[in-house]
Ligand binder design. Structure first.
Ligand code: GCU
Length: 329
């Protein structure tokens, strides 16, 4: 009995909460939770991040990745990071809106001119500012992952123009910006967490949703929604974050390893992403989804009103949008 207690005591003495733990072998294990399935390229990138960190640290730091909302929805995961009970996560930038009004800017429709513009903004000064804009809330952004472009998919009809959204309950992420965007385009926005969306679509709680091709495919929403209209209204990236409670317990050298591992995983994810988009479009088509490429003009005509609404609610975003628009290298 005494022996068992001693063992427990010795064990506890070595355990250090690190959104995971430090074992008595001196190995730190960082828990990383996210909402996607394991076949999704972002999951593979997170596993890669863990592998690189383990290599760089000579096996002293490991990342254990928990997919599928096992540890909570994106919103819950962020809260768990804030208190340090989960160490790292990957969420959509839309989920960070409550912690950083600046980041919500990325949810504005047709914000970027093209792919090169997205890279210039996210890899430049603005991207760095956005990654650190949640630090005062104990969330440190490490890098962005490519989450492509989001387009509408529906159970009932193709969305050829915004008028086709009329009367449709469109699932949106838990974000005010997404609500404004869908309302401005003419649909009825309904926030639902990603993990609950399949059932919500199946049961008719919502009639439509919007996402990038790999997420539409990997979430199997295509089994329920047979119309995918590639209007590419937003390009909201994903963000990899570490709890500042975990970050501050790492030595400066360990912090460098973690940052490098995150950057390398972002480069790896970009490569996986392109293939994943092609594969997703091919597979959903094989499964009977009608893919259409509507003209963007009628969607673009709605943009000015959406921006006006957003600036009325958040005046400070106007200057940031201007900076984004002026970014060209
Ligand atoms: C994207 C994003 C996820 C997010 C999802 C959503 O797929 O990568 O992080 O959960 O959109 O629509 O909620």
């Amino acid at each position: 009995m005494l022996m068992t207690r001693r063992i427990v005591f010795v064990f506890l003495a070595f355990v250090l909460v690190l959104g995971g733990c430090q074992l008595d072998t001196g190995v730190k294990i960082i828990k990383m939770g996210h909402a996607q399935v394991v076949s999704h390229p972002v999951h593979q990138a997170m596993v890669f991040l863990g592998k690189r960190l383990e290599e760089k640290s000579g096996g002293k730091i490991k990342v254990k990745v928990y997919p599928n909302q096992q540890l909570g929805t994106e919103r819950e995961l962020l809260e768990l990071l804030q208190i340090g009970s989960v160490g790292m996560t990957k969420v959509s930038a839309a989920s960070l809106e409550a912690f950083s009004p600046e980041i919500s800017v990325l949810g504005l429709p047709y914000l970027f001119r093209d792919d090169a513009h997205i890279t210039q903004v996210l890899e430049g000064e603005i991207g760095k500012e956005l990654l650190l804009s949640t630090e005062k809330y104990w969330l440190r952004g490490l890098c962005f992952y490519d989450a492509g472009k989001r387009s509408f998919y529906s159970k009932t009809r193709p969305i050829a123009t915004p008028a086709d959204l009329a009367g449709l309950k469109v699932r949106v992420q838990e974000s005010k910006m997404a609500i404004n965007m869908v309302r401005g385009m003419g649909g009825s926005p309904t926030p639902v967490s990603y993990g609950e969306l399949y059932t919500a679509l199946q049961q008719g709680i919502v009639d439509a949703a919007e996402n990038n091709p790999p997420s539409f495919y990997n979430s199997r929403h295509y089994e329920v929604c047979k119309y995918y209209s590639i209007d590419e209204h937003t390009a909201i990236p994903d963000v990899v974050l570490v709890s500042t409670k975990v970050w501050s317990e790492l030595s400066p050298e360990e912090q460098v390893w973690l940052q490098e591992a995150a950057d390398e995983s972002a480069a790896y994810q970009t490569k996986l992403w392109k293939e994943a988009v092609e594969e997703a479009l091919l597979e959903v088509q094989k499964a009977g989804v009608e893919i259409s490429y509507p003209s963007k003009e009628p969607f673009l005509e709605k943009v000015a009103a959406v921006y006006a609404q957003v600036f009325q609610e958040q005046k400070q975003l106007e200057a940031l949008v201007q900076r984004i628009q002026q970014t060209n290298k």
